[in-house]
Design a protein around this ligand. Structure first.
Ligand SMILES: *Cc1c(COP(=O)(O)O)cnc(C)c1O
Length: 494
């Protein structure tokens, strides 16, 4: 068996910046400068610049090596639950890079940007169709931003009716943290609705809490346990009967595309995460894209401008509709993350309606394949057919002293990005696995075999799991310090 030491010797070479050799260098300034010398102010001058002395090839290898230390969908299986880390087809990047899209300016006259406006209009239309909620703004930059937009729309609606006592928002205890955060940002208070033993939100408690102080319920369907809310129609009917509105967190739309439309289930507002469901690359914290869809009654409150179409002398014309007197106002500069709208549009058009439905069918099939195949090795707190993700509990392994975090770290040694862990909060030692539709059967089998192997290791050689990962330059960073005080720069002598 490989020990920690032999693995590090085998795999981890010193980072090249530590191999600085005095006198090496990669830059070559021309002998005669063709720009005039300038007097730098004293405070901008420095006596020394402690940089490593490296040759050009060493610098290239350093940065190439660093880039390869990352896990990404393009290099590794990435079953990070709730995040939908599916493969992002490169044709979408090609489309977003077309000069017709990249060489335009948001302030140029509408008549000269008809293609871009038509693309946005069509994307609004398709997203509205999938949601069963026909009015869509593409301004939000991400899911959480879409939530804020949607809840502001809901509050605008209640206010327009003089209904100012509705300041409570009901949120299931399985919800993503952004849901209660959004409610708080809108000045509302949050009441948590517990989850029942089948993994649905507790209908009896909902009945008790749902009164005329409730502005909305924020629910996720399928919920973060990966389970379809079995009483969704009763839930939305009850909320409506008592004057509330239904906000649906659409982060899990990958489970129901072309199969169940939130609008038909009684939801009034839905946000999309284009970066999750519609293949905008994400995972490095880069720009996402939201999009919020609403039903007719809420349309007047959407942010301005929306992209609209009218008949012109030579056919349809696309324009930015600012004439929205009840609008909540802008939530973002210009028209959203435009390049990511192109990616989402390109993806949707290349899949077509039947392809979009197939996405969800395969995402659900793959998740259930994992659910069934790992059911012996890990506990399943809610054991019924799941949608696009399967949520296990690592409590059996935790009793052996191997926690879910250790299992996640051990997966890194086997070249697999860890699943989401410790979320949803209501599952002890949660392991939330979302394989997505783009993985092959071989990859799923390899993952199942690896998880079973780790479960065996937890019994036979627990230390091996508890000290993982063994193959990375740093094994267990202080997560909090890494996030709060990141050191991302090489420092001389550091
Ligand atoms: C990802 C996610 C969000 C937040 O979306 P962002 O695009 O990260 O802002 C909200 N709810 C759920 C269930 C999610 O998975």
């Amino acid at each position: 068996m490989l020990t920690h030491e032999t693995i590090s010797e085998k795999i981890i070479e010193p980072l090249l910046f530590e191999m600085s050799t005095p006198g090496h260098n990669a830059g070559r300034l021309p002998a005669y400068l063709d720009v005039p010398a300038a007097d730098l102010p004293q405070e901008l001058q420095r006596a020394d610049l402690p940089l490593p002395d490296m040759s050009e090839v060493q610098v290239v290898r350093h940065f190439t090596r660093l880039s390869q230390l990352n896990f990404s969908v393009d290099t590794h299986f990435y079953p990070l639950g709730s995040c939908t880390m599916k493969y992002n087809p490169k044709v979408n990047d090609w489309a977003a890079a077309l000069t017709g899209f990249t060489h335009i300016h948001p302030y140029q006259p509408e008549a000269t940007a008809q293609g871009a406006l038509e693309m946005l209009y069509q994307l609004q239309y398709i997203l509205g169709e999938i949601a069963g909620l026909p009015h869509v703004t593409l301004q939000p930059s991400a899911g959480a931003h879409g939530e804020l937009t949607g809840l502001l729309v809901i509050m605008g609606y209640h206010r327009s009716r003089g209904d100012s006592k509705r300041t409570r928002v009901l949120v299931p205890d399985s919800a993503h943290g952004t849901n209660p955060a959004t409610a708080a940002m809108c000045g509302c208070t949050v009441t948590h609705i517990p989850t029942d033993s089948r993994g649905n939100l507790d209908y009896d408690i909902l009945q008790r809490e749902m009164d005329d102080t409730v502005a909305a319920i924020m629910l996720t369907n399928p919920n973060t346990l990966g389970l379809f809310e079995e009483r969704i129609l009763e839930v939305t009917t009850l909320v409506h009967e008592r004057g509330g509105l239904v906000y649906c967190d659409g982060a899990n739309m990958n489970a129901v595309l072309g199969i169940a439309r939130p609008g038909d289930l009684g939801c009034d507002v839905l946000h999309y995460n284009l970066h999750k469901t519609f293949t905008v690359p994400h995972g490095g914290g880069g720009p996402g894209a939201g999009g919020t869809a609403v039903r007719d009654t809420l349309a007047p409150f959407l942010p301005a401008p929306l992209v609209a179409r009218r008949d012109g002398p030579h056919g349809p014309e696309y324009y930015l509709d600012y004439d929205r007197p009840q609008s909540i106002g802008r939530v973002r500069a210009f028209y959203g993350n435009f390049g990511n709208a192109v990616r989402g549009y390109s993806y949707l058009r290349s899949m077509g309606a039947p392809g979009v439905r197939e996405v969800s069918e395969n995402a659900v099939l793959n998740a259930n394949y994992i659910r069934v195949n790992l059911a012996d090795a890990f506990d399943l707190p809610y054991d019924r057919v799941c949608k696009h993700e399967a949520v296990f509990s690592g409590r059996r392994q935790a009793r052996l002293g191997v926690r879910t975090l250790d299992i996640a770290k051990r997966l890194i040694d086997y070249g697999i990005h860890p699943p989401t862990v410790y979320f949803p909060l209501i599952v002890e030692e949660a392991l939330m696995i979302e394989p997505t539709e783009t993985e092959t059967l071989e990859t799923l089998d390899h993952f199942v075999a690896t998880m079973k192997r780790i479960a065996r290791e937890a019994e036979e050689t627990p230390e091996l799991v508890k000290e993982a990962p063994h193959t990375t330059p740093i094994s267990r960073p202080d997560d909090v310090a890494a996030a709060r005080k990141p050191v991302v720069r090489w420092q001389a002598g550091g």
